[in-house]
Write a protein that binds this ligand. Structure first.
Ligand code: HGY
Ligand code: MN
Ligand code: MN
Length: 424
């Protein structure tokens, strides 16, 4: 390709190979096959590592330089015409929730690699170096806190410690040995803001707005903030046969009273998009013939407005206090993680919108209820996201599905966005 072509017609007709992307989404999915019949790539697990190795091998075949930073982020780099320029970053995550789907996170990684593969096939050398980044433990279900790799890249305290235990009782320090990283070392992964031009993440919507309105592309306006808490209700463990109903201080019954109120309070004090969820629960001593002495559960509140989030938190805490008082039990309400709602970069968004228009694809601008590595990345780097539809809005499920043509559209929009940014 000569210079005129590089600047003109040929690059405007450059397209990704949708079939290859769909095949790769399936291949990464297969890496998660487990004996229990699910497909799960829990962060730091053998299945996760298998997926990352496969991904790294594809990048190496392209001649990209592949490394892992101290945060465990896998980074594949393609040289630009001027390697002194800051790098254009694309990517997402390969870890999944339990029994997760084929698209969440993986599309952003495989789609980013596809952009590089298309550049190579077309002989197009971008001005800027390009990096594809697979972030560490985005989902965070294992230790109850995600966005580990992106927090590290942004120099934000990921709030992790080698001594903390995951949901199976395994220590983080031991678990992270599978990547060869430590909680202390993760802090060294902070990236010089000057070394990054911008970050673009392609992702499935995970909600039903694009699907319901039959829209091909979502340009993400902002990402909802997410605050998490661990609540423990403490009553009295006692004999389940000989303790009269009137004499009980059952921690689970009190917790259930509160959990039952969460939707009502959230709807009353939140706005249209506010959500609150209790997603995990455990009791002690966890015996069929003992009244639960303690009940510990998670609470998560999400919204695009930080003030609404704190009002809902306050009202839920008041409700918990009233209910615990009426049952004669005590409680603790401990914040475990806070992520502020975050708007996306106007400049990157504009580049995405221009790309969509150039390709003649229909789009709308929507907020994201799910969080993503972009939620953190936008605090340091110019960041925006491209959404493609999730059939029926289903995600975090084996039934997650995005049509092949939507996958291809998303990759082409990513490609065109990067071309536009690179020429800026
Ligand atoms: O939970 C989330 O919103 C993200 O998908 N990890
Ligand atoms: Mn997810
Ligand atoms: Mn995701």
């Amino acid at each position: 390709m000569d210079d005129a072509e590089k600047k003109g017609g040929k690059i405007n007709s450059m397209r990704t190979n949708g079939k290859r992307v769909v095949t790769r989404l399936n291949e990464i999915y297969q890496c998660g096959k487990k004996e229990d019949g699910t497909y799960t790539r829990m962060a730091f697990s053998a299945e996760d590592i298998k997926g990352r190795k496969l991904f790294a091998s594809w990048a190496q075949e392209l001649g990209m330089n592949v490394r892992m930073d101290e945060g465990g982020n896998l980074i594949a780099r393609m040289d630009g015409q001027n390697n002194d320029l800051p790098a254009i970053l694309m990517g997402s995550h390969l870890d999944t929730v339990p029994d997760g789907g084929k698209y969440d996170g993986v599309l952003g990684c495989v789609g980013a690699l596809e952009v590089c593969e298309t550049f190579k096939a077309e002989g197009y050398i971008p001005k800027h170096p390009i990096e594809v980044i697979v972030f560490t433990d985005e989902e965070g279900f294992r230790f109850g806190k995600g966005l580990t790799g992106s927090s590290a890249v942004c120099g934000r305290d990921a709030g992790i410690q080698d001594s903390e235990s995951d949901i199976y009782g395994e220590e983080r320090g031991h678990v992270m040995q599978s990547y060869g990283i430590t909680s202390e070392g993760v802090k060294n992964a902070a990236r010089d803001p000057e070394s990054v031009y911008c970050f673009v993440e392609l992702h499935v919507e995970q909600g039903a707005r694009l699907y319901r309105t039959n829209t091909s592309i979502g340009v993400v306006s902002s990402i909802a903030g997410v605050n998490r808490y661990e609540i423990t209700v403490a009553g009295e463990a006692n004999h389940a046969g000989s303790t009269a109903m009137a004499d009980r201080r059952d921690a689970l019954v009190a917790a259930a009273g509160f959990i039952n109120k969460v939707p009502e309070v959230t709807t009353e004090y939140g706005n249209e998009f506010t959500v609150a969820t209790v997603g995990t629960i455990k009791v002690t001593p966890h015996s069929v013939n003992v009244i639960p002495g303690t009940c510990t559960f998670s609470l998560e509140i999400r919204d695009t407005d930080a003030e609404v989030m704190s009002l809902v938190e306050q009202k839920l805490q008041e409700t918990l206090g009233d209910i615990c008082k009426s049952y004669g039990v005590s409680y603790t309400f401990v914040p475990t993680s806070f992520h502020e709602p975050a708007p996306m970069s106007e400049w990157v968004k504009e580049n995405i919108v221009n790309a969509v228009k150039e390709l003649g694809i229909d789009y709308c601008v929507i907020p994201s209820g799910a969080f993503h590595d972009s939620l953190i990345m936008t605090s340091v780097f110019r960041t925006a996201m491209i959404f493609v539809p999730s059939e029926k809005g289903i995600s975090h499920s084996r039934y997650e599905y995005t049509k092949d043509e939507d996958v291809e559209n998303g990759c082409n929009v990513l490609l065109q966005t990067i071309l536009n940014i690179d020429r800026d």
